[in-house]
Design a protein around this ligand. Structure first.
Ligand code: CAA
Length: 270
């Protein structure tokens, strides 16, 4: 690989993400930047990630992308405040997951560097990446059940593939969190490092991959995904429809409003 130490670091700030095109030689960094909201994934933020990944995929100076949040939160899920009042048909029409489908089509490898909360859509975003480096403080989970809905961006599919049916069922039906150490023992994450090292470790892994043949890397990623993603499309479609369906229930309204009003939800089953 050419030494490019003289090249100027190219930073782009968008509304909800910060992008450094050459954070390391041939490695780009996307940092989620809604710290007060624990990087809750609103539609705009997801759109910014999608557009950025598309550009980075076309940029020959980038071979690997790292996505991170901050020490407290990778992302605490889809933005509940943006969704709370929506109907099932609103959700169907908004079609937020088409953005996620585009992210999934990125050809270059993506590494999630996760510290703190990776919950709901945050856990799903990390799992949509190709590899995960976690800090000791990382907590993974799909707590949507606690707010009257269910995972909608691949959680029921990817968590089940990674953890097996019994553990995935427990996490999705209770909303309990999985520690970084347990996530590693199940193979959900590549490795766990002290909190001060998680981004550096992601860069280290990225640099190793960036030194390989970009063509080989792209084709190998595509091939692994082909093995991994057989039946995934059908599963994602099924999950998405059921996620939208929860928005036809009173329990979803009660669950999300209770979160916003900081009280316990009273679920009635309708
Ligand atoms: N959406 C919108 N806002 C969120 C959010 C989310 N997912 N998660 C946190 N926030 C906001 C909080 O409302 C709070 O804002 P205010 O200061 O304005 O009140 C701020 O971020 C800080 O959060 P907390 O005060 O709650 O922080 P905490 O340390 O007490 O708790 C937490 C942290 C356990 C992560 C808690 O915030 C939480 O439970 N968040 C929601 C997790 C969740 O349910 N995620 C799933 C979302 S649905 C989904 O993702 C669907 C899908 O599959 C696509």
């Amino acid at each position: 690989m050419t030494i490019r130490s003289s090249i100027k670091v190219q930073k782009i700030n968008m509304e909800f993400i910060k992008v450094t095109e050459n954070a390391r030689p041939y490695v780009a960094l996307i940092q989620l930047n809604r710290p007060k909201e624990l990087n809750a994934l609103n539609l705009q933020l997801m759109g910014e990630i999608r557009d950025t990944l598309k550009k980075l995929d076309e940029n020959d100076e980038v071979r690997v992308v790292v996505i991170t949040g901050n020490e407290r939160a990778f992302a605490a899920g889809a933005d509940i405040k943006q969704m709370a009042g929506k109907t099932a048909i609103d959700m169907l029409n908004i079609d937020q997951f088409s953005t996620w489908d585009q992210i999934r089509k990125t050809k270059k490898p993506i590494i999630a560097a996760v510290s703190g909360f990776a919950l709901g859509g945050g856990c799903e975003l990390a799992m949509t990446c190709d590899m995960i480096i976690a800090s000791e403080t990382a907590k993974f989970g799909q707590p949507e059940i606690k707010i009257g809905t269910m995972p909608g961006a691949g959680g029921t599919q990817r968590l089940t593939k990674a953890l097996g049916k019994a553990k995935a069922m427990e996490l999705v039906l209770t909303g309990d969190f999985l520690s970084a150490e347990d996530a590693c023992s199940y193979g959900l994450v590549n490795r766990v490092v002290p909190v001060e090292l998680y981004l550096e470790e992601a860069f280290r892994l990225a640099a190793k991959i960036a030194a390989m043949s970009p063509v080989g890397v792209k084709l190998a990623k595509e091939s692994i995904n082909r093995s991994y993603e057989t039946h995934l499309d059908e599963g994602l479609h099924f999950e998405r429809k059921n996620f939208y369906l929860t928005f036809a229930s009173e329990d979803q309204k009660e669950g999300m409003n209770a979160f916003i009003e900081k009280r316990r939800p009273d679920f009635k089953g309708n």
